[in-house]
Ligand binder design. Sequence first.
Ligand SMILES: *Cc1c(COP(=O)(O)O)cnc(C)c1O
Length: 443
Amino acid sequence: MTSSTNQFLKPITTKVNDAGNLEIGGCDLVELADKYGTPLYVIDEKTLRAVCNDYKNAFAKYPKTRMMYASKALCVCAISKILSEEGFGFDTVSAGEIYTVYKAGVDMSNVLFNGNNKSYDELSLALDLGVGRISVDNFLELALLNEIAHSKNKTVDILLRITPGIECHTHEYIQTGHLDSKFGFDLTQIDDAVELVLNEYKNLKIHGLHAHIGSQIFETSIYPDEIEILVRELARLDEKFGLKLDEINIGGGIGVKYTEKDVPPSIYDIGSIVIQKLEEAVKKYNVDYPTLFLEPGRSIISTSGVTLYTVGSSKQVPHGKKYVAVDGGMADNPRPSMYQAEYVAEVANKKDNAEMEKVTVAGRFCESGDVLIPEIELPKLDEGDILCVYNTGAYNYSMASNYNKVSKPAMVLVNNSQSDIIINRETLDDLIANEVIPDRLAK
Ligand SMILES: *Cc1c(COP(=O)(O)O)cnc(C)c1O
């Protein structure tokens, strides 16, 4: 089977240049660190576009496929612009994400709004900005959305988010499709939801069903199981209510390669498995071919991103570990401390003859749990060395915080030896921009 870009550990343009330094997108990483400072998020445009092409080619045989990038993995105007150019729509989960893609100038009819507790204001914004689909998660939201739509004299196009009752072998926190998940209508609640929409909520129009099983999935069997249930439900709802739904959304979740031992599936494999299963199910249940929505997040952006750090202090525990501290950590990448996520790093500057040693790469934040990599073999590190941590494109910046009141890093986009800032580094003034001292304290 053809391999796909999510199966690589590093951006596809990664190499060692003539100076002996690591380079990505034709840019020397040591020079990037020097020019923009560290920590620095770097996104390789070639890798990002290569993944987009993998998805498009893998699903080319099913022209009714619509790719919706799950923005929560990394929601930035410039990235949205690239994905929009590549023909992707957007899965969004908050007013902030909707506003970001809107500001990036994307076609809002190609945006879906998803989430288990959307607020009145968020739903209202979604309608005002012309978001194309709302994936309704629960009964409260059905009522709320109908009320808002009614007040604006609009009809809203919706999907129903369902919990198909499928488990996948990923970390418990990133599973979402099992029966006691907080997301979506249980299979036994779908009929009540449909009846309400058909009989009472006249400002809502259902187009289809939506499910999402989990994240960082390596098993390919999840998707056929999901399609079986979704198509079966389309047929059942048609029979019971005469309701013709023609859209299914199978969510995202395809895994990436964080370390050598990770073997994520090829997007081409997923494509042929999904299409084959869809054809089978359509025949079995005698329904029309539905529009197929996919919502990949991690597998789109993760491999394109790396984070550069500068090495600082180190500590050899007597008869114990050697800690090497970098100038970032859990605030720019919370994944290791949150769910023991593993990463691989390399030294970006020339280290030809350095002897190797086993170290723990620690962050700079005031938590013992702030360790980026618990154990890794690296050339003996000195203060000022530049460390490149791979596969940080997804769920790093988007989960970043200002813990310890540290500024969020800058992000640069690299391509053809050119680097451009796409997010400025936060300044000290940015950090207190929203703070107010009440007059009575100012006296
Ligand atoms: C998080 C999420 C995705 C994206 O998941 P990835 O693992 O990043 O591909 C897609 N759809 C929904 C509904 C999600 O919540």
